[in-house]
Design a binder for this molecule. Structure first.
Ligand code: TA6
Length: 305
């Protein structure tokens, strides 16, 4: 494991009951919890947090942080809604949504700091004791690393899975990015025109996107494409690009689900959206023994025209 004791910009602190790494670089700041390898802040100097973090988020052991970029691995969403090869990787009932990576402990395995940026690599912390119960119900043998690359004008995240077993490993996964907006009703996504998507709110029917994605209430779609997407809010814009992905999840809970969600204020749905770089549904990945797959995203500001 790597220590931050000699680091210039990176410190280890407590937030709530969780150990976090706080990066204070002259050109940006960032923060992540070692539980879940969960990034919850990235802000170029002079900017607000590029990530939405619920004001009701809790930083407690075993409780996923609401906001930032939850790591959904080694399955995405409802376990029972996954393709059969992915379901065959786990046994038992009452498994949580989005796998167990986001509630297990990770440890710092690499740190690089320069005047241009900071790169951190995390791996599961085996010294943190046995994984969470769902982990015991998963049959996969895998090594997994999370690499964060912070630059003054961008944030990149790579999730790399290596199959260390002797059998093919099937998984779904997502980098579940929460973004802020001043008004979801005046926010649109450009780049998905013509893409097919599963509408999980309409019996998972396959539909085709026409024009920009806009939000009229609860939205929960798995697009079968991963183009570079521009997110256009009334107050700010982002550009999200993907690597190792052919699916993108777009989600806003709307008013009714917002009231049912944990750690989520009733009106929080008006000021956030999720655009998630994924390998979800038919985009599940099968990794052969000794092979690896990387799912990656980069968040930046739109290029000036
Ligand atoms: O990514 C969209 C989604 O699967 C939604 O259906 C909703 O459940 C969201 O994830 C949040 O899930 P969570 O388990 O973090 O509350």
């Amino acid at each position: 494991m790597t220590s931050v004791s000699a680091a210039r910009y990176t410190r280890q602190t407590l937030k709530g009951s969780l150990t976090t790494l706080q990066v204070q670089h002259p050109l940006f700041s960032a923060a992540l919890a070692l539980q879940g390898g969960h990034l919850f802040r990235f802000a170029p100097t002079g900017s607000d947090n590029w990530l939405w973090l619920s004001p009701d988020a809790h930083f407690e052991p075993g409780r996923a942080i609401r906001g930032g970029i939850p790591i959904c691995w080694p399955w995405f969403g409802d376990p029972d809604r996954n393709p059969e090869p992915v379901r065959a990787q786990f046994q038992g009932e009452s498994l949580p949504a989005h796998g167990f990576a986001r509630t297990r402990m990770w440890a710092l395995a690499g740190l690089s700091e320069t005047e241009q940026g900071v790169t951190l690599t995390l791996v599961p912390d085996d010294k943190a004791g046995p994984g969470t119960p769902p982990e015991a119900q998963w049959r996969g043998d895998a090594a997994v690393t999370l690499t964060f690359c912070f630059r003054p004008d961008s944030l990149s995240l790579e999730l790399t899975t290596t199959n260390t077993g002797t059998q093919p490993l099937a998984l779904t996964q997502a980098l579940h990015t929460y973004l802020p907006t001043a008004d979801i009703g005046c926010t649109s996504l450009r780049g998905l025109h013509g893409a097919t998507y599963l509408d999980t709110l309409d019996d998972w029917q396959l539909k085709t996107q026409s024009g920009e994605v806009i939000f009229n209430g609860e939205t929960d779609r798995i697009y079968q494409a991963a183009p570079t997407i521009s997110i256009n809010g009334p107050d700010q814009g982002f550009c999200l690009s993907a690597r190792g992905s052919a699916s993108t999840v777009v989600w806003n809970p709307g008013p009714d689900k917002a009231r049912r969600l944990s750690d989520f204020p009733d009106h929080g749905w008006t000021s956030m959206l999720c655009v998630e770089t994924a390998n979800a549904a038919s985009d599940f990945r099968t990794i052969e023994p000794e092979q690896q797959h990387t799912l990656a995203m980069t968040l930046s500001r739109p290029q000036a025209r």
